[in-house]
Ligand binder design. Structure first.
Ligand SMILES: [Zn+2]
Length: 177
């Protein structure tokens, strides 16, 4: 019988400066950058307790729609742990990795439109993808993959239908609406 085994690292390089930092240290001793990481046990316990939400398919992120980026995103770093990849806010659109790779230029163009998002309503359809953080605890996070593109709130509001379409089409099953 094959055994399921993961080679879990004890340390990993800081994203900012490359200094090797032990997994239980959450601030880089060299540059003070955030090196917060979660082991498999902690990550999947968080998922089970709904402190973590799977956002890898992409969609409109709801909740915590204030002016600050306060929704942490985690991605699998290999070697049995997840690392903090950045912060986002409700009202932004998180594309799947497949959609981000297929439509990079278009997404850059859409996201270059900056402004103040005033209208919080969106024209949802039965095929909309929504990542709802409203019922998550304060520090609850999102599980993402590398290269997932995030569109700012203003541009999301303005180009919502386009974002939904390209995200749906790039994912398994495709767009139906
Ligand atoms: Zn560092």
């Amino acid at each position: 019988m094959q055994e399921f085994a993961i080679d879990i690292a004890a340390e990993s390089p800081c994203n900012e400066c490359g200094t090797i930092v032990p997994l239980d240290v959450s601030s880089c001793p060299s540059c003070q950058g955030n090196t917060h990481r979660l082991g498999f046990d902690t990550f999947f316990a968080d998922l089970d307790h709904m402190r973590m939400m799977d956002a890898r398919h992409g969609g409109l992120v709801l909740g915590r729609g204030g002016p600050e980026d306060d929704i942490p995103m985690y991605l699998y770093a290999g070697k049995g742990f997840f690392e903090l990849a950045g912060l986002m806010q409700g009202g932004e659109y998180l594309l799947s990795r497949a959609a981000s790779i297929s439509h990079g230029a278009l997404l850059e163009e859409i996201n270059s439109e900056k402004g103040e998002a005033k209208d919080e309503s969106h024209a949802f359809s039965a095929f909309s993808s929504v990542i709802n953080t409203n019922f998550m605890p304060e520090f609850g996070g999102l599980w993402i993959r590398r290269q997932q593109f995030i569109v700012n709130r203003f541009a999301t509001q303005k180009h919502f239908a386009t974002l939904e379409k390209i995200n749906a089409e790039a994912n398994w099953g495709g767009a139906k609406g």
